[in-house]
Design a protein around this ligand. Sequence first.
Ligand code: MLT
Length: 263
Amino acid sequence: MRLAVNGIEIGCDLQGPEGRPWVVMIHGFPFTRALWTRQAAVLAADFRVLTYDLRGLGESGLGPAPQPLEAYVDDLLALMDAVGAPTTALVGLSMGGYIALRAVERAPGRFWAVALADTRAEADSDEGKLARAAGIQALHAGGQSAFVAGFLPKLLARPDSETGRALAAMMLGNDPTGMANALAAMQGRTDTTAALPAFALPALVVVGELDTLTPPACSRAMAERIPGARVEILPGAGHVSNLEAPDAFDAALTGFLSVAAPR
Ligand code: MLT
């Protein structure tokens, strides 16, 4: 379905029984809500689950550019209002984690738990900012295929696989302008490291053992700063760990949310 928030239409799906605690799942860059197909189905046995496409990706509208990461957080909070979710657990992978971290910092009372997958609290380094700049320019110059071909090996430990081909197709289905807008938003995002010690909600940090974009060391450092946070390192998985180690990912996530859920 589509919901109108903040002047754009957002493509989203709602699953699971009404009246159960909410879980909102935020995909990474440059994917769509289809990234969560398997996990959303699993969680829908016990939770009311919302998956949605970030602005400019999947079925969601582009909105004006430039748009800061704050706009993506605004969309999340507005979507929660639109579906009638006063509080929710957040599950965010990578860029979805950047959005989740900033959302918890901005509106801590609206979240009962946060699961941060393959993400980091730090802002981009200068090197990272320059890589984003090159990506933005390549996408604006019509280089989407080359961008996706170059990015895929960074996303998966086994890019030459069925999973790799499906992920490439998901990325190529996106609007290059929406992809460039998301790169610019990540390039300009704030550093949430200093906010982590004040996080007063159950937190799970999950990362693929072979993640090179947001390596396990970043996850450990992030979890050490969040009071009570647990880290799960998923053997054999790269950056998109929910696709490369789905059984371990699902077990970690469902175990965490079922204990953390409000009664
Ligand atoms: C993602 O998976 O969302 C991106 O790889 C994150 C990033 O590029 O920083």
